[in-house]
Design a protein around this ligand. Structure first.
Ligand SMILES: [Zn+2]
Length: 257
């Protein structure tokens, strides 16, 4: 089982401390670099890139999303968002990582609003442009399903899957997000999934809890994905060492590591 983990929030734990911890954690081989504030400038921090590359870890990159929106109906903003995400593909090349995770966008309109067909068409267009840039650069962009939070698009993993089939891009499945949107673990497998984010929750709040502290049936989830031959990374998207340790203990309890 390939296990990865997201970098801890840099305001709380310096990047070096995250790197030291994950390099010394024998279960974690991949680190996902959160490429948004306050890490946006990593591209230009040559010494930091050298430092990251000096660790015995492999990397994936999470493209920015805080104020970045490739689905913006304002063409100037969607264009800037595409350019911001392209910077993450450039960073992936610097870190020799194959996978960049991308949030597909959000909208101020409710999903049944008459404008939403147009907003989803913009999202697909932007994602296709990003995907083409990634392919030219030898990187795989995996588009993530979003949690049940007002304005977040593609909460419905089947709708995401349909869009991704049209533009020929793979998915990052976020199991916690899917669970807040009402999908059970039996609903989640697609061949198209090339990266996975895992965290637990109560089925309502996207609280990114350690595995086993919410109500998601991970035992069944791992059974389904291993039976179907998923061989990508399972990335722990958690905010503290304590949460990572608890999740690893939980996996040991399931006898999966
Ligand atoms: Zn995620």
């Amino acid at each position: 089982m390939k296990l990865g983990a997201s970098i801890f929030p840099r305001k709380l734990i310096p990047i070096e401390e995250s790197l030291d911890y994950f390099e010394s954690n024998r279960y974690i081989d991949y680190m996902e670099i959160f490429h948004d504030y306050p890490n946006r400038e990593i591209n230009d921090e040559k010494e930091l890139i050298d430092l990251i590359n000096s660790y015995n870890l492999k990397y994936t990159v999470h493209a920015p999303f805080i104020e970045v929106n490739p689905a913006s109906i304002n063409p100037a903003l969607s264009k800037d968002s595409i350019n911001e995400i392209k910077r993450s593909i450039d960073l992936a090349n610097e870190l020799d990582s194959d996978i960049v995770v991308i949030h597909p966008g959000r909208s101020i309109f409710d999903n049944d609003n008459e404008y939403m067909d147009e907003v989803y068409a913009i999202a697909e267009d932007s994602l296709k442009t990003i995907g083409d840039y990634a392919k030219d650069n030898g990187v795989i962009t995996c588009i993530e399903n979003l949690p049940k939070i007002r304005g977040f698009m593609y909460q419905d993993i089947y709708q995401l899957q349909e869009s991704l089939e049209r533009i020929n891009l793979p998915m990052t499945l976020d199991i916690g997000h899917a669970y807040t949107a009402g999908f059970a673990v039996d609903d989640l497998y697609f061949k198209n999934i090339k990266h996975i984010h895992i965290h637990d929750n109560d089925g309502v709040h996207d609280s990114h809890l350690p595995w086993g502290e919410g109500i998601i049936d991970f035992k069944r989830f791992f059974e389904i994905f291993s039976k179907n031959g998923y061989d990508g990374i399972y990335n722990l998207e958690l905010s503290s060492k304590d949460y990572v340790e608890k999740s690893i203990q939980y996996l040991k309890g399931l006898k999966l590591i």
